[in-house]
Design a protein around this ligand. Structure first.
Ligand code: ADP
Ligand code: MG
Length: 704
C-alpha cells in the first residue's frame, strides 16, 4: 500500500513561506521583511544577514547542500548556478555559510545569456538580485536538495536581462494607476492593487522509449515528419481506456511535487487531442503565478521521465493534431478584496466596472500588436494564424449581455445622456445576470471575458507567461492613467465618467467580437474593421520597437528603448536558431534515416518482382511494380527537396544576423522544410512499417 499523503501537512513544505519566516525570524526582522514584501519597498540591508542565516538553517535541516539564484533569462526557461554552502575548510572541517550578501546579490556570467546587444553597448557584468516577494523554495532531485532563491537578472547598468524585472516594474505601474481609479469611486481603504493570474497549462505525454527514437522530438520538441494514422481522432475512445492508469499515476506524482512547492495545482483533465492533458492551478498574484508556472513546466518534464514518459510542452508536437497553449486568466485584485473585473451588483460599482471594462477594451485595441507579440514564440507560429485555435487576430469576447450593455451605452445620444442614472440603470439592470451567461462559451476568442476575469488564450504552452502579463499590466495602466488624468479634474464626475465610457467604447468597440473566430468571414470582417492580423512571430516582433511601444513602456518605466531593441534582437535570434535546428534535424533524419530505409524497401520490392517473375513469368506483378514506381518517384522528390532545404538553410545561415536572418529563415527555410515533409509523409504510408526508422504518430499518441 502506498503511504497516506497528508495534503494539508505537505502543502508548501518545501517553501520558505510566511509561516516559516514568522517562526524562525526575530520579530523585528520578520516585521521589516513583511513590510518590504507588502509595500514593494527596498530591503533593509541590515536584516539580510539574519534572513540569510535563518533561510540557510531551514534549508540545511531539510537536507540542502547547495543554493542557487533562480532566474528567468530571455531564453524563456529558468537558469541557475549552484553553489554549496560550505566555507573554506579549516582544521579539515567545513562549516555551512550563507551571508546576506550572497542572498541578495549574485553574479552569474552574463555573457552566456542572450542580451540582444545590450552587452556590446554596456558592461558584460550581470547581477541576480533577490526578489523577496517570491518565496525561496527547496528543490529535490537527483542532484540533491537545493535552495532556490527567485531573483531578477540585470546588467551592470541596471538594464533588465530577464523576464521578471519588467514584470515587477509593470506591477508597480498598474498598482499606481488602478489605485487612482479606485479612489475616484470613493475607495480609500485599498492600498495595493495587483494582477491575479491563473495559467491553464496544456501538454502532451509520450512514451519515453519511443521519444528517444525520434531525433526531431529530442532536438526540437516536435515531430518534423509524421503521417496521421488513417483513423486519427476516432481513436480517442481507445485512448481514454488504455492510458488512464499510467497518466493518472503521473498526475498524482506531479500534484504532490507541486503541492510541496506551494503550487496550488487544482484541476487536471484530458484535453481534446489524444495524449494531451491540462493542469490548472488556483490563481495567485502574477509574480508568484509566473514563477509557479515555470516550476509547473519543470515538474511536468521531470516527473514524466520518472514515469518512463516524456512531456512535450511544444505548441505543436504533431501536425494535424490539436496544439497546446496556455490560457492566461487575468484580473485585478485590491488588497481589500475588491476584484476590479467583478461586475458587482450596485450601480455605483457597476459604473466603476464599466469604466474598467472600457479601459481594457481601449488598451487591447490600441495595443493589439503588442499583445500579439507577447504571445509570439517559434512553436506558436503553428497555432496563431495557421488555421488553429486561437486566430492571430486580437479581438475581445464579452458575451451577449455585456455587449448589449455596450451597444446601449454607445447608442444613447445626448438626450439620454442627461438622464445618466436612468440610462445607466437600464444597462446595469442586466448586469447581475452576467455571471451566469457570459461564461466561457466562445472558445474561439483570443481574449475572452469569463465572468470576473479576462482569459488571454494566445500564449504558447512552452512560453513564459511573464511577457503577456507585463504587456497586459502596462497597456491597462496606460488606459487607467488617461482616464484618471481626465476624471480627477472633472467638475461633474458622473457626467464626465459617463461621457468617457461612451467615448472609449465608441472608439474601440471594433475590437469586440462575439462570433466564430476561426471562420474565414471573421478574417475578412476584421480586415474591414482595420484590426491587425499578424500571422507569424517574425512579423510580430517589430511591434516591440514602434514609437508607440517605446512611448508606452518608457512612460511607465517598464522598458527603455535600449531594452526593447535588445528584446527584439533576442527574439529574432531565438527564431533563427530554432528554425536552423529544425532544418538541420530534418536534413539529418531524411539523409541518414529515411532515405536509406526507403532504398531498402525499394530494393526489397525490386527483388520481389524479379523473384516472382523468375519463378512464374505469367504472374501478375503489377501491384509491386506500381508500388515500386510510386516509391521511387517519392524518393526522388525527397532527395531533391532535401537538397533544396540544405541550400536554403546554408543561405539563411550565411545572412547577417537579427531581423534579416530571422526573415530569411521564415521566408525560405520554413517552406523548404514543408516541401521535404510532404513526400516523406506519403512514403511513411507506403513503406513497410518494420522498415520505417522511427515510431509513427499512431505509436506515439495512441499507445502511451
Ligand atoms: P474557466 O472554466 O473559465 O476556464 P476556471 O474556473 O476553470 O475557469 O478557471 C481557470 C483558471 O482561472 C484557474 O487557474 C482559476 O484559478 C483562474 N481564475 C479564476 N478566477 C480568477 C480571477 N478572478 N483572476 C484570475 N484568475 C482566475
Ligand atoms: Mg479556460
Amino acid at each position: 500500500m502506498s503511504e497516506v499523503f497528508n495534503l494539508t501537512e505537505e502543502f508548501g513544505k518545501n517553501v520558505f513561506n510566511d509561516a516559516v519566516m514568522r517562526d524562525r525570524l526575530p520579530k523585528s526582522v520578520y516585521k521589516k521583511l513583511k513590510k518590504t514584501i507588502a509595500d514593494g519597498a527596498e530591503l533593509d540591508p541590515s536584516i539580510a544577514d539574519v534572513v540569510a542565516h535563518a533561510m540557510k538553517d531551514w534549508a540545511i535541516e531539510h537536507g540542502a547542500t547547495h543554493y542557487t539564484h533562480w532566474f528567468q533569462p530571455l531564453t524563456g526557461v529558468t537558469a541557475e548556478k549552484h553553489d554549496s554552502f560550505i566555507s573554506a575548510p579549516s582544521d579539515g572541517k567545513v562549516i555551512m555559510e550563507f551571508s546576506g550578501k550572497e542572498l541578495i546579490k549574485g553574479e552569474p556570467d552574463a555573457s552566456s545569456f542572450p542580451s540582444g546587444g545590450l552587452r556590446a553597448t554596456f558592461e558584460a557584468r550581470g547581477y541576480t538580485v533577490w526578489d523577496c516577494t517570491s518565496p525561496a523554495f527547496l528543490r529535490e532531485d537527483a542532484i540533491g536538495v537545493t535552495l532556490c532563491i527567485p531573483t531578477s537578472f540585470c546588467s551592470y547598468t541596471g538594464e533588465s536581462l530577464d523576464k521578471k524585472t519588467p514584470l515587477l516594474r509593470s506591477m508597480q505601474a498598474i498598482n499606481e494607476q488602478a489605485l487612482r481609479i479606485l479612489r475616484l469611486f470613493g475607495n480609500t481603504t485599498a492600498k495595493r492593487v495587483s494582477p491575479s493570474v491563473g495559467p491553464e497549462q496544456e501538454y502532451f505525454l509520450v512514451d519515453r522509449r519511443k521519444y528517444l527514437q525520434r531525433k526531431d522530438l529530442i532536438y526540437t520538441g516536435r515531430t518534423l515528419f509524421g503521417a496521421m494514422p488513417p483513423k486519427g481522432q476516432e481513436m480517442e475512445d481507445h485512448y481514454f481506456g488504455a492510458i488512464r492508469e499510467r497518466v493518472g499515476s503521473y498526475m498524482n506524482d506531479v500534484n504532490k511535487e507541486l503541492w510541496k512547492l506551494g503550487v496550488p495545482a487544482k484541476t487536471q483533465h484530458n484535453e481534446v487531442a489524444p495524449a494531451q492533458h491540462e493542469l490548472a492551478p488556483i490563481y495567485e498574484g502574477v509574480n508568484q503565478a509566473v514563477d509557479h508556472n515555470q516550476i509547473v513546466m519543470e515538474t511536468l518534464k521531470k516527473v514524466a521521465e520518472r514515469h518512463g514518459m516524456a512531456c512535450l510542452l511544444h505548441e505543436k508536437p504533431f501536425e494535424k493534431v490539436n496544439g497546446s497553449g496556455k490560457h492566461n486568466n487575468w484580473s485585478l485584485t485590491a488588497d481589500d478584496g475588491t476584484n476590479m473585473m467583478n461586475p458587482g451588483d450596485t450601480p455605483h460599482e457597476n459604473i466603476q466596472f464599466l469604466l474598467v471594462l472600457a479601459c481594457i477594451i481601449k488598451a487591447v485595441d490600441v495595443h493589439a500588436d503588442l499583445l500579439r507579440e507577447s504571445a509570439a514564440d517559434v512553436g506558436n507560429d503553428h497555432r496563431l494564424g495557421a488555421n488553429e485555435a486561437p486566430p492571430a487576430i486580437i479581438s475581445i469576447f464579452l458575451g451577449e449581455q455585456l455587449e448589449d450593455v455596450i451597444e446601449q451605452l454607445c447608442d444613447t445620444g445626448e438626450a439620454t445622456h442627461s438622464k445618466t442614472g436612468g440610462t445607466l440603470k437600464t444597462g446595469v439592470d442586466i448586469l447581475p445576470d452576467l455571471d451566469k451567461d457570459a461564461t466561457d462559451r466562445n472558445r474561439t476568442s483570443p481574449f475572452a471575458f469569463t465572468g470576473n476575469k479576462f482569459e488571454f488564450r494566445m500564449v504558447g504552452s512552452s512560453d513564459s507567461i511573464a511577457s503577456p502579463n507585463t504587456v497586459l499590466n502596462t497597456i491597462v495602466a496606460e488606459a487607467f492613467k488617461e482616464a484618471a488624468d481626465l476624471l480627477e479634474k472633472a467638475d461633474d464626475f458622473d457626467m464626465a465618467v459617463h461621457n468617457l465610457i461612451k467615448e472609449m467604447l465608441t472608439a474601440h468597440k471594433r475590437v469586440v467580437f462575439n462570433g466564430n473566430g476561426y471562420s474565414d468571414e471573421w478574417v475578412q470582417e476584421a480586415e474591414r474593421r482595420g484590426l491587425p492580423n499578424i500571422r507569424s512571430m517574425v512579423e510580430a516582433i517589430p511591434a516591440l520597437t514602434t514609437d508607440k511601444a517605446v512611448r508606452l513602456f518608457e512612460e511607465f518605466g517598464v522598458f527603455t528603448r535600449a531594452e526593447l531593441n535588445s528584446r527584439a534582437e533576442v527574439e529574432y535570434e531565438n527564431y533563427a536558431k530554432a528554425i536552423n535546428i529544425e532544418a538541420r534535424t530534418m536534413i539529418d533524419m531524411a539523409g541518414k534515416q529515411i532515405i536509406p530505409a526507403v532504398i531498402k524497401y525499394t530494393t526489397q520490392l525490386a527483388a520481389s518482382i524479379a523473384a516472382v517473375r523468375g519463378a512464374c513469368p505469367e504472374a501478375d506483378v503489377s501491384t509491386q511494380t506500381s508500388l515500386l514506381l510510386e516509391t521511387s518517384g517519392l524518393l526522388a522528390e525527397t532527395k531533391s527537396a532535401l537538397a533544396a532545404l540544405e541550400e536554403k538553410t546554408a543561405q539563411a545561415a550565411g545572412t547577417e544576423g537579427g531581423r534579416i536572418q530571422a526573415e530569411a529563415y521564415h521566408a525560405y527555410v520554413v517552406p523548404a522544410m514543408e516541401a521535404l515533409r510532404t513526400p516523406v509523409d506519403k512514403l511513411e504510408m507506403i513503406v513497410d512499417k518494420d522498415l520505417w526508422p522511427m515510431p509513427s504518430y499512431g505509436d506515439l499518441i495512441f499507445e502511451v
